[in-house]
Design a protein around this ligand. Structure first.
Ligand SMILES: Cc1cc2nc3c(=O)[nH]c(=O)nc-3n(C[C@H](O)[C@H](O)[C@H](O)COP(=O)(O)OP(=O)(O)OC[C@H]3O[C@@H](n4cnc5c(N)ncnc54)[C@H](O)[C@@H]3O)c2cc1C
Length: 413
């Protein structure tokens, strides 16, 4: 089969790219070894984090680092045996987390975040996925004055970008979410973000609209990608596919395909877990809630209340070690009346991450006709649709809606 473009990876990023290209009239084959939206894009906290201009940075204070090292911070966990291989990456992450560079990061990521809601709305409107989305922002809760004080430090920059963060007292937070228990001393409501009741469902709806426009969704192993003359070929369960252009949007698995072509990019993973819980009778949650010092988020989802954990540094394919889930479940039960676990096994996924915390969006170095859209770390669900638009504009040789230079793979040399 011949097509204009092969897109490898049907997570939120690849699916949004395929849909954007199909909406522009290209013929596209979207290839995944599973169904669309069944991996990382299924299991996240469901936030369209419009207001997340501050990154999840590497701790700079010795005390914060000691908390992680000694297992006192439930938001972070690590495997000892993964650390030696991570040293250069962690060092680059630490450097990128310096206060001055965080401001550069904020300016850069804002160029994508500013489009994030509108691009989701455009794709959701076309795909009939609007029912998954809710307004109401997200509520961040603080158990300590120090945590609140730290959060207040983010307000001035947020307001420069027109984002709304309002500190509220415990009573006002409980009025917004009456099922919460007052185990916190203050809260901040960030009202710009939206959230969804099924990130996997949203991705599948975008894929279904892509198919309705004539796009092809095929099962196949992206590692069969090969050069074919000036173009590319890949093998799927329904036969070979050939195209002059290929997009690699394989999230945490991107390097499995890129390494054999000689591409060296510092992509690592930050693993995370989730579990669904039934809500106790008569209780409800209407928006995602972050327990900052507890190190977890609870989000109302179609499958129940989803508790998502922070970061685990481990080899991507190492067996699950859901210790953070066990620790944060105890804290979450203090905050919200969770009933029984709704699943036998915790879900685990991997945030694909570069050390400077920015994604790579652009042409692959030295590989004519290959494009990259990877490494969206904590913001992939948020940024999938704007990534799809930006890359489609670049591929069509148009003036892009925002400057893609900061997202170039060339920044790694
Ligand atoms: C616990 C947790 C909470 C998060 N919360 C949020 C949040 O609230 N908001 C937010 O914006 N982001 C969040 N994220 C991040 C977000 O989920 C990811 O950044 C995003 O899903 C990455 O999307 P992707 O399309 O790049 O990767 P994926 O969704 O992983 O897609 C990659 C696809 O490639 C396919 N694939 C892999 N190897 C092959 C192969 N060899 N052949 C064929 N196909 C292959 C996979 O099957 C998969 O479908 C969270 C992540 C985690 C882990």
């Amino acid at each position: 089969m011949k097509t204009d473009t092969i897109v490898l990876g049907a997570g939120i990023v690849g699916t949004s790219i395929a849909l954007n290209l199909a909406m522009r009239g290209r013929s596209v084959v979207l290839v995944d070894r599973r169904g669309p939206g069944e991996e990382t894009s299924y299991g996240n906290a469901g936030l369209v984090e419009r207001a997340s201009i501050y990154p999840v940075a590497f701790p700079r204070r010795i005390s914060a680092l000691a908390d992680v090292a000694l297992g006192r911070n439930p938001a972070a966990h690590y495997h000892w045996n993964a650390l030696p291989g991570l040293v250069p990456w962690l060092f680059a992450y630490w450097r990128a987390s310096a206060p001055a560079r965080i401001l550069d990061y904020a300016r850069t990521i804002e160029t994508l975040l500013a489009h994030s809601l509108a691009e989701h709305e455009r794709l959701a409107g076309a795909s009939g996925a609007g029912h998954f989305f809710r307004e109401g922002g997200w509520l961040k809760l603080y158990r300590t004055e120090a945590g609140l004080e730290n959060e207040r430090g983010e307000f001035p920059l947020a307001s420069q970008y027109g984002l709304s963060a309002r500190e509220i007292g415990v009573d006002e937070a409980l009025a917004m979410e009456p099922s919460l228990r007052p185990v916190f001393r203050g809260a901040v409501i960030w009202s710009d973000p939206h959230s969804v009741s099924s990130p996997g469902g949203v991705t599948q709806a975008y894929a279904a609209h892509f198919a309705a426009l004539g796009g092809h969704v095929r099962r196949g192993d992206a590692r069969t990608l090969a050069r074919l003359g000036a173009g590319w070929s890949v093998t799927t369960e329904e036969g070979g596919v050939e195209a002059p252009e290929v997009v690699v949007a394989l999230g945490p698995w991107a390097m499995d395909v890129l390494r054999p072509f000689g591409l060296r990019l510092p992509l690592q993973v930050k693993r995370g877990y989730h579990m669904h819980y039934h809500a106790a009778d008569g209780t409800a949650l209407s928006r995602p809630v972050l327990d900052e010092e507890g190190g977890y988020v609870i989000t109302p989802m179609v499958g129940g209340i989803r508790l998502t954990t922070g970061v685990e540094f481990a080899r991507r394919d190492a067996p699950k070690t859901p210790v953070q889930l066990d620790r944060t479940e105890t804290l979450a039960r203090q905050l919200f009346p969770l009933a029984a676990r709704a699943e036998p096994e915790p879900w685990m996924g991997s945030r694909p991450a570069f050390p400077d915390m920015l994604p790579v969006i652009g042409a692959a170095p030295g590989q004519n006709g290959m494009w990259l859209a990877i490494g969206h770390q904590h913001l992939g669900f948020t940024l999938g649709p704007i990534t799809g638009r930006l890359l489609a504009e670049m591929m069509d040789g148009e003036t892009p809606c925002t400057d893609p230079a900061p997202f170039s793979p060339h920044r790694f040399g």
